[in-house]
Ligand binder design. Structure first.
Ligand code: MRU
Length: 365
């Protein structure tokens, strides 16, 4: 996507041919800053500190982290050590393990001297593939939005609610949940997006709103507790969210608060779609509530907020009483029964094992 007229992906190899360029997402929306990763440790830190975030982008960064490790020491021991560090950086999004397994699988068959070049090539392939996959998700989701527009007599914009950031910043380009929105907008379908602010890290308020605004998509940021009220009053035509891990029976793990939106959507007959690439499906598990590890992050993400003051300075303030403790669960699981459909690169399916294996027959039991 373009930023001030310049086309960007979220991750790239710098002109030096080896260091990795990324967008520092902790600086958005107030500054667009790019930065470089020069070592596996820097890649691991970028993932853990959420300089990069979003399931597909975490995977791509992990892959390049292995490439950076192989550049300095391509031994078996260092391959294992780098894999072990990177896989531990964030526990919930399965794309990280998927990408690391894919690169390690290629490298394990090679002599050490061949590994660095192969790791860069495989990482680039993962990124290129992600762009194509997200574009296809956009094409399939666009049709659902278009259908809603037609059902409403082409008389008013389609109102879509989304949670967290599942746009191009969370992937390599296009996004998952936002790809259908970009494709529909580009095709001339009038749209308006309700953007959940997504406490505590505010990915909606700071990243989704920024992305949509840059692309000219009408949107309104809402406090996280607003969606149910909007749905009761017919102000939401559909929800689309992303996911960090989806099980083989269609349980969907996504940013904390997604489950509550799905409950409200079910109660109000609002379609609730989840957009995801194949790399987000964990075919090894079924019960998302019992089997997906939920990341717990620092209390300070809840107790302290950061923003821009009227004089333009970026500052942080504590918003809870001194001494009060905070809990910070990063994700929750929406059971498949609350999901209207999964929008994948292969098409749209029911959130069920039968629905998913009809699209991905290679994973049928
Ligand atoms: O903690 P984050 O910002 O990495 O969480 C991101 C999300 O929950 C996204 O919705 C998810 O990765 C799916 S999107 C591509």
């Amino acid at each position: 996507m373009k930023v001030d007229g310049v086309a960007y992906r979220t991750i790239w190899v710098n002109p030096d041919g080896w260091s990795i360029g990324i967008i520092d997402q902790t600086k958005l929306p107030h500054a667009f800053v790019t930065t470089s990763l020069s070592s596996m440790a820097e890649a691991a830190h970028a993932i853990k500190a959420m300089v990069v975030r979003g399931a597909p982008l975490i995977g791509a960064t992990g892959a390049y982290g292995l490439a950076l490790a192989m550049r300095v020491d391509p031994s078996d021991a260092n391959l294992k050590a780098a894999y072990d560090v990177l896989v531990e950086t964030r526990p919930t999004a399965i794309n990280l393990r998927w990408a690391l397994d894919r690169v390690r699988g290629v490298l394990a068959k090679l002599q050490p001297a061949e590994r660095a070049a192969a790791a860069y090539a495989e990482s680039a392939a993962i990124c290129d593939e992600d762009v194509g996959v997200c574009s296809a998700i956009g094409d399939h989701g666009h049709k659902i939005i278009e259908q809603l527009y037609i059902e409403h007599g082409r008389k008013r914009p389609v109102n879509i609610l989304t949670h967290c950031n599942a746009g191009w910043l969370a992937c390599v380009d296009w996004g998952t949940a936002l790809a259908p929105i970009y494709k529909a907008h580009d095709a001339g379908i009038p749209l308006h997006v309700w953007v959940d602010e997504t406490r505590p890290r505010n990915q909606g308020a700071s990243l989704t709103a920024w992305e949509l605004g840059r692309h000219g998509v009408k949107h309104t940021v809402i406090a996280d507790n607003t969606g149910g009220h909007l749905m009761q009053h017919g102000m939401v035509d559909m929800c689309i969210v992303g996911t960090d891990r989806t099980t083989r029976r269609g349980d969907v793990c996504n940013k904390i608060g997604t489950y509550l939106k799905a409950l409200a959507a079910k109660d109000n007959g609002v379609p609730f779609y989840v957009a995801l690439p194949f790399s987000t499906i964990d075919w090894t598990i079924s019960d998302g509530v019992k089997e997906i590890p939920i990341e717990e992050r620092a209390e300070e993400e809840v107790t302290v907020m950061t923003g821009k003051t009227s004089d333009g300075a970026i500052t942080s303030v504590r918003i809870v009483p001194d001494g009060s403790r905070a809990a910070n669960y990063g994700f929750d699981v929406t059971p498949a029964r609350l999901v209207s459909g999964l929008i994948t690169e292969r098409g749209v399916c029911l959130a069920s094992e039968a629905g998913m294996t009809a699209l991905y027959p290679e994973h049928a039991r």
